[in-house]
Structures are given as structure tokens and as C-alpha cells.
Design a protein. Structure first.
Length: 315
């Protein structure tokens, strides 16, 4: 049986919290948790703790929220904890080489992509947007580059045709947690073997911006379908209908040759709202008008049928 490790955990969103929860139930000893500083959220813009911080506090773990790990003080604080290893999952702060060198077993990262495919902040969304048929999790020994370290363990996960970022992330947790625990066992037992990445096979998974969520109806329906699924639940794709912003929570591509201007409403009924695209059409099935809840298309049409009259052009 491999010895228990003394672990510092660093992470911020729910994906990271799910991995922290697994470590809490493991034989390993968690010394402290690092997470991003509290951020304003919601309509009131009140400071909100990250999912990782909330779980850590509920579990009576010390929480550290430095704005940077580049200062000598922050590095000494981390060094004083005396960890064997640091586990990093979607932390959001750069770890300088001085920090990577502190734990005897270094720092490992749970990355939501089959490296070297997608390096960067949004591997789940970019895989969906690109139409990848497979994703996965890579446990990586961190170095000073952007997700360029040696790969310790990989676990694959198929991407379904109707996957959104939310449900793909949930399935990646299911493969990521056992992969992390296995990698820790191998590291504790001195059995881990790192494999170098092939840089020529990598793509950059840049952070998602709200500006990218605007729908361009001149694009093919298949591409728009992937964009909508990739950007759900955040930032949610949108279009303009008249002077109102219409958020599109769910849609599906329909193979339908047409001669309409892209963005034209071909029809709107209980089966959905069909919109002409640069190639084929998109059937909108779940929508949200300003100040309203997201609703099935049929319910939206019950109250706003005039807004969705055939021939109207979305922009």
C-alpha cells in the first residue's frame, strides 16, 4: 500500500471542488487549500466564495487566497506548510517556477483534455466548439509552460452529439477523480513515469469571452449547434430579435436546403423555431427573453407569437 501524502490543493470552480471532495475521502492528508480571491457575482455584485473555498471551509481546512504566488511572502507561506505535493485543478493563477520547486514531488495538474490536444483555460468548451469526438483528463507534472508538462496518466471520455459544456464537464469529473487518485498512488510509490508531450499536436484553448457568444447566422447550422452547446451554461449564445436580445439555451441543426437570408425565421410552431443559417437551418428549442426565465420554444411562442412571425430576420 502506498504511503499517504501531505497535499496542498489549489483550485477554484466546481470542477475543482469535485476533485477536492474526492481527496477528502482519500487516505491522503490535506494541509491547506488555495483558491482565487472572492469575486463579485449576481445582480447585487456581492463578493462570493468559490466552490472550492466553500467546500474547504465546510471541511475545516485552512484557506489561502493570495492575489499572486510570485511574491517571496506567498512562496514562504506555501513552503512552511511542508507538503509532499501540490494538486492543481482549474486554479486560475500562474505557478512560477519557484512554487513548482517547493514540494518534493512537485505540482501536478488535473487538466480537462487529452493533452496535448487543448492547452489553456477552456479545453472543454473548445473541444465541443471544434467538433471533437473525444475528450478526457490528463494528470500532468507541471512545468513553467502553459500545460506543457510531462503526462503521468490519461483517461478518455467520448463526446456525445448533444453534449453541452456542463454535462461533458460532469462526465470528465467521473474519469478525472480516479485518474488523480491513481496518479497519487503511483507518485507516492515511486512508480510514476512521465511522458513528454508532442508540441506539434497542441491547440490553444483560449478563455471564453462574452463577445464570442453572439450568433453569426451566416455560419453553417452544424457550427452554430456546437457553439451553443460549448457556451452553455456560460456565457450562453445570443441573437437580436427586433430590439431585444434573445438567449439560446438549446437548439439542434436541421438539414434543410433553403434560399433564405441567414437569420430568417422559416417557421415557428410547437416543434421549435426554425432559423435559416449560412448552410441548412437551426431549430431553437429553449429560449430566454430579457427579464424572463429560459423556457421551451413552445411556451415562448404562447406568449410572444407575434415576435416570431415567419420572415422576420434575426441579427
Amino acid at each position: 500500500m502506498s504511503p499517504a501524502l501531505r497535499i496542498i490543493f489549489a483550485g477554484t470552480p466546481n470542477f475543482a471542488a469535485r476533485h477536492l471532495h474526492a481527496l477528502l475521502d482519500s487516505p491522503h492528508r490535506l494541509l491547506a487549500v488555495y483558491t482565487q480571491p472572492d469575486r463579485p457575482a449576481g445582480r447585487g455584485k456581492k463578493l462570493q466564495a468559490s466552490p472550492v473555498k466553500q467546500l474547504a471551509l465546510d471541511s475545516n481546512l485552512p484557506v489561502y487566497q493570495p492575489a499572486t504566488l510570485k511574491t517571496a511572502a506567498a512562496q514562504q507561506q506555501l513552503r512552511d506548510l511542508g507538503a509532499d505535493i501540490m494538486v492543481v485543478v482549474a486554479y486560475g493563477l500562474l505557478l512560477p517556477q519557484a512554487v513548482l520547486d517547493i514540494p518534493p514531488l512537485g505540482c501536478i495538474n488535473v487538466h480537462a483534455s487529452l493533452l496535448p490536444r487543448w492547452r489553456g483555460a477552456a479545453p472543454i468548451q473548445r473541444a465541443l466548439e471544434a467538433g471533437d469526438r473525444e475528450s478526457g483528463v490528463t494528470i500532468m507534472q507541471m512545468d513553467a509552460g502553459l500545460d506543457t508538462g510531462a503526462m503521468l496518466l490519461k483517461a478518455a471520455c467520448p463526446i456525445a452529439a448533444d453534449d453541452t459544456a456542463a454535462n461533458l464537464e460532469a462526465r470528465l469529473v467521473e474519469v478525472g477523480v480516479p485518474a488523480l487518485l491513481q496518479a497519487l498512488r503511483q507518485l507516492a510509490g515511486g512508480e510514476a513515469v512521465g511522458q513528454a508531450q508532442d508540441d506539434s499536436l497542441s491547440c490553444y484553448a483560449g478563455k471564453i469571452s462574452k463577445q464570442e457568444a453572439a450568433i453569426d447566422w451566416h455560419r453553417p447550422a452544424a457550427q452554430l449547434d456546437r457553439q451553443i452547446r460549448a457556451f452553455h451554461p456560460f456565457p450562453v449564445c445570443h441573437t437580436q430579435i427586433g430590439n431585444q436580445r434573445l438567449r439560446i439555451h438549446a437548439a439542434r441543426p436541421v438539414k434543410l436546403p433553403h434560399g433564405e437570408t441567414p437569420g430568417t425565421l422559416i417557421k415557428a410552431d410547437a416543434g421549435g423555431i426554425l432559423v435559416a443559417c449560412g448552410e441548412h437551418a437551426l431549430s431553437l428549442s429553449r429560449l430566454q427573453l430579457p427579464g424572463k426565465k429560459a423556457l421551451p420554444a413552445a411556451e415562448v411562442l404562447n406568449g410572444y407569437a407575434d415576435l416570431f412571425s415567419a420572415g422576420r430576420v434575426l441579427t
